[in-house]
Write a protein that binds this ligand. Sequence first.
Ligand code: G4P
Length: 281
Amino acid sequence: MNIQWYPGHMTKAKRAMKEDIKLIDLIIELVDARVPLSSRNPDIDELGAGKSRIVLLNKSDLGDEKYNNAWAKYFQERGCYVIKVDSRNKGTLKQIGGLVQEACREKIERDRRRGIMNRPVRAMVVGIPNVGKSTFINSFAGKACAKTGNKPGVTKGNQWIRLNKTLELLDTPGILWPRFEDQQVGLRLALIGSINDQILNKDELAMELIAFLKDHYPNALPERYDTEEKAEAAEILSQIAKNRGCLVKGGEPDFEKAARLLIDDFRSGRLGRITLEFPEE
Ligand code: G4P
């Protein structure tokens, strides 16, 4: 499948992001727990060099807990502080304050040695479109203050949201672009719904999902749709159509409707908690 998705203006966006990053101490990077690498920006390590880093494994409510933990370890081993969150649920964000202090301990101590007391840590939230940045900022900062720009890297006003005495957030999140030139990455982002659905062939996407699930989560489809575990992907899609009444006139399976149903069920977690990529790959 050839997924064309090109945000454009990337050099400009990267330059803008570089300027913003100069203003901050800490990068809070959101990744999607189901595809933590595919939902990452390839330049973030370079852009964030010398800054403290927190990775939020967002949408961890949809990711397989075993792999959420494996991914947390993966990022920790690479020098980031990590926390699993569901940005819609404030309870899961409670530990972030403590983690910020820990991640920025060196800066706080350096300030103290220079006689600067209580200067708040300045942080910026970054991530690719749809990863949950505005949801996170709204839940974390407590009011509707996350305005989303529609282009990667674009930040508007450089206003600071003062969360408390110790932490300020840049008011607009930094929107980054994924490695969309890699087809495997494109496929995974399409499956989680991060790429405009109108440009995708849903049947093909559904077949890719079925093939993946057969290999890694063999019970997911038989449990939800009563399909045969060992059947070919196309046959499974046909069984989903029949078992769920997705039929065209004459009683033939409506593959497109079945594909949409399957993909929606996956995205909303109705097939269970499923991770699409694994750290050992
Ligand atoms: P963005 O600013 O990074 O572009 O993302 P945004 O906050 O708009 O979030 C995108 C979608 O992801 C939203 O769904 C939001 O509710 C959902 N979301 C954010 N964080 C989490 C999370 O931790 N867990 C789950 N399950 N969902 C999360 P939406 O507005 O309903 O859009 P959509 O579902 O129609 O795409």
